[in-house]
Design a protein around this ligand. Structure first.
Ligand code: SF4
Length: 422
């Protein structure tokens, strides 16, 4: 079998500039600082007790403790622009196809995940409604206003999917149900299917069943970390956060039973210290269970406990992105691939012409997530610039063009083909 073999130019590991992989030893989060009592649990917002006034744009500095779910949700900047709630345009994107909603509370998320802009330790410096998350602002909007717009647009709605993202909060389970009920009362979930991005820490199997019964289509679990060690270090005991790997898997396996094949999945962040082999073994495990993986490229989120660490080198990211696509959609197994002594992919396990075809098609390098209405391997959830700046795109929120593919080939270190579109 003739296979594509990646060149090794001998660059060092350890996440330093010029590295081609973010190694475990280099990706240690900072410890959270203690929060002054007067800033804990949204105390500053609760003390001001102002009334919410419709749409809240981050840094409006209106301290409104009643701006909370289920009456309010936050939504991504891309979704707010697509709905016409916020002005502006996204670089090279006409709109987003996924309406990403995030539950919101003055107390914020009570977990402390090291890579996340919403983490609890940030209450020392920013009120919850003003925190950045996956590189962008999330305005807070009454859920009724969002549903009114989507219902008014009817079949002309640009959205292929809606997603409710839970956070770690005592009200999160009940409010997810309330938001889902409010949505399905006005919007046919067959027309715009609903995904749940769950918070397993507060959930039981009965919660998973209830969400399915109420019309949710896909259930995902943000494992985020590819190994138990990285999970514990970035979102468990290592950063005074409540999450446990075993609990996440308990709910993931419940989702497999309740939602069924192709209707459950897990988020994985690449570049937090796992090897490429470890990440792809997890991808294979999810496929073998009947699910999918949704991948994010680690980016040092401003204000997070990992904001001093390097973003995932593009070589590492592109190798994993391509290999994951081959496992998820092309029937390749991780056992067919070959890895070097540092766990890096050196052979994708397919004839060169087939790898070429997948690279040229470009879909492998688009944002991964729950599908929309175009095709199964094209995610509705495009998260524009959620894991990279527009100047150095990690997950393409649109179809990469010839220029993009030439850059991707260089990052993969696959020779650039002259004369073609790639
Ligand atoms: S549970 Fe989710 S929202 Fe909360 S800190 Fe962790 S990653 Fe961020």
């Amino acid at each position: 079998m003739s296979c594509v073999k990646l060149q090794d130019d001998g660059r060092s590991a350890a996440g330093a500039p010029g590295s081609d992989t973010n190694a475990f030893a280099a990706m240690q989060p900072r410890m959270p600082e203690p929060t002054p009592p007067e800033r804990r649990n949204g105390a500053r917002v609760k003390a001001a007790d102002q009334r919410p006034e419709g749409v809240y744009l981050p840094n409006n500095n209106l301290l409104a403790p009643h701006m909370r779910s289920p009456e309010y949700v936050q939504l991504s900047t891309a979704a707010a622009m697509t709905l016409g709630i916020m002005p502006g345009r996204m670089h090279r994107c006409e709109c987003t196809r996924c309406l990403n909603l995030l539950l919101t509370y003055p107390e914020g998320c009570r977990a402390n995940c090291a890579y996340c802009g919403l983490a609890r330790h940030r209450e020392a410096e920013r009120d919850y409604a003003d925190r950045n998350f996956i590189r962008v602002d999330w305005p807070a909007v009454p859920i009724g206003q969002i549903i009114d717009i989507v219902a008014r647009d009817g079949a002309a709605s640009p959205f292929h999917r809606m997603c409710i993202s839970m956070i770690t909060h005592p009200r999160s389970d009940a409010d997810t149900v309330a938001v889902l009920r409010a949505w399905t009362a006005r919007i046919d979930p067959a027309a715009i299917p609903v995904s749940i991005l769950s918070n397993p820490t507060t959930m039981s199997r009965a919660d998973v069943v209830l969400l399915k019964d109420l019309g949710a289509d896909i259930f995902t679990v943000a494992l985020d970390a590819a190994t138990p060690e990285i999970f514990d270090r970035t979102r468990g005991k290592g950063v005074q956060s409540p999450h446990k790997w075993e609990k996440y898997w308990e709910i993931l396996l419940a989702a497999r039973d309740v939602f069924g094949p192709k209707k459950f999945g897990a988020h994985i962040i690449i570049g937090m210290g796992e090897t490429e082999f470890e990440a792809l073994e997890l991808v294979q495990r999810l496929v073998d269970l009947g699910g999918h993986s949704h991948m994010f490229c680690f980016f040092p989120e401003k204000g997070s406990l990992m904001d001093h660490l390097p973003a995932t080198p593009r070589d590492q990211w592109r190798r994993v992105q391509l290999a994951r696509y081959l496992i998820d959609y092309a029937g390749v197994r991780v056992a067919q691939m070959r890895f070097d002594e540092r766990g890096r992919v050196v052979d994708f396990g397919l004839p060169e012409a087939e790898v070429e075809r997948v690279v040229r098609e470009g879909i492998a390098f688009r944002t991964s997530g729950c599908p929309g209405k175009f095709r199964d391997d094209v995610s509705a959830c495009d998260r524009p610039y959620g894991d990279s700046p527009p100047s150095d795109i990690a997950s393409f929120p649109f179809q990469p063009n010839g220029h993009d593919l030439r850059k991707i080939r260089k990052q993969l270190r696959i020779p650039v083909v002259s004369g073609g579109d790639a």
